[in-house]
Ligand binder design. Structure first.
Ligand code: GN1
Ligand code: MG
Length: 361
């Protein structure tokens, strides 16, 4: 394993590096906090199994930066920050170690905190406002400028096909009660997998740049004001459907207990759902269509189902994608998402009513 402190020294800091420590709780990349005499930065090693073309990610980050930074000048009274790229000593956007690993450094957004679970209704509304503001910043970014950094990401029928292939000959067979439950759960809902892609094919939902991973932990809140001031983890900013983001933000923020908790604690919090949409929808109203409102319920249901499907598939594959911290964790994570999916199903009418009341004609 390459030493992150040695890698950190390859980047162009003005000051002296004081410490390099593991940071955050990401499931994909390795993340470290660098403390230097001139401030703090985030060092990451991109996971090559997930992102085989890291240069495309860095290209997208540059395009995003060029598009968003000038637009932010129109909001002088609002704090909003985009992590900046810190180059290597030779001026490159990333550094390759001797094993081919790709490392990059980004600015640290100071005086902020992130959360694994929502702390209040007001915070839920801020999370929604942040996603809507971000969508407003990027929806007019010409999508053809962005690489598809993760082909098939959030295309649920693709995950279903991958699951079916794995279930037919799993690298790690599992006949446990829990695994059988997951197979049954997926079988009963596999017809829903098409809902967003079919709407896209019919031209009801239009592709545009999205964040891709707007879970709660990726939204930064000011320690002073509680306002959301940034959405980080920009590796999956690429063309997609707004509904992947809406679904992911709702499934993450409204799962009030978190992603790795006892099943009995899992439920979809309707008050947070209402608050998120109250924060989100006014931001996107100028470019939101009737179909966009219509598919919000489907999006949150689908993305919870999809994440469960992805976790369970990775369990059958032998944990090759999502990093685990204990054996069986991906199976448990899958069951949490499926429990959440059931809670969403039980509140379908209520979620649709929230959307209907907030819909501007
Ligand atoms: C992964 O690495 P992290 O935690 O930001 C995953 C998301 C999942 C999330 C679930 C590129 O994100 O899609 O929603 O785990 N990212 C990728 O916690 O697959
Ligand atoms: Mg991520």
């Amino acid at each position: 394993m390459t030493d992150p402190s040695a890698i950190a020294r390859q980047f162009a800091f003005l000051g002296e590096i004081l410490s390099v420590d593991e940071y955050g709780a990401g499931n994909v990349n390795d993340t470290y906090l660098i403390r230097a005499t001139d401030g703090q930065c985030i060092l990451q090693r991109l996971n090559p199994a997930v992102f085989p073309k890291p240069e495309q990610i860095m290209h997208n980050l540059r395009i995003l930066d060029d598009h968003v930074r000038p637009k932010l000048l129109a909001y002088p009274n609002q704090r909003w920050e985009l992590p900046g790229i810190i180059p290597t000593r030779s001026g490159a956007d990333y550094y390759r170690d001797k094993d081919g690993g790709c490392w990059r450094v980004q600015t640290f957004i100071a005086d902020t905190e992130s959360f694994a679970t929502i702390a209040s209704v007001a915070q839920a509304q801020e999370a929604g406002r942040a996603l809507g503001f971000f969508h407003g910043l990027i929806h007019d970014l010409p999508a053809h400028l962005l690489h598809d950094t993760l082909p098939g990401f959030h295309v649920t029928p693709g995950y279903l096909a991958a699951y079916e292939a794995l279930a037919a000959s799993p690298p790690r067979p599992d006949q446990s009660e829990q695994a059988l439950f997951c197979h049954r759960f997926i079988g009963e809902r596999k017809d829903t997998a098409e809902v967003l892609e079919a709407a896209r094919l019919r031209g009801e939902l239009l592709p545009c740049p999205i964040h891709g991973d707007p879970k709660l932990a990726n939204i930064l809140f000011s320690r002073n004001t509680g306002q959301a001031v940034s959405i980080i983890d920009l590796d999956t900013v690429k063309p997609g459907l707004l509904h992947y983001d809406i679904g992911d933000c709702l499934r993450s923020c409204c799962n009030a207990a978190g992603e790795d908790v006892p099943l009995a604690e899992v439920s979809f919090n309707l008050a947070y759902c209402g608050a998120i949409l109250r924060g989100y929808l006014p931001q996107v109203a100028p470019f939101f269509s009737v179909a966009d409102y219509h598919y919000i319920y489907d999006a949150v249901h689908l993305i919870a189902f999809e994440l469960g499907l992805r976790f369970f598939s990775d369990h059958l594959a032998g944990d090759v994608y999502f990093r685990i911290r204990r054996p069986g964790q991906n199976l448990h994570r899958a069951r949490v998402q499926f429990a959440l999916c059931q809670s969403i199903e039980a509140q379908e009418t209520e979620v649709k009513n929230i959307v209907r009341k907030l819909q501007t004609p």
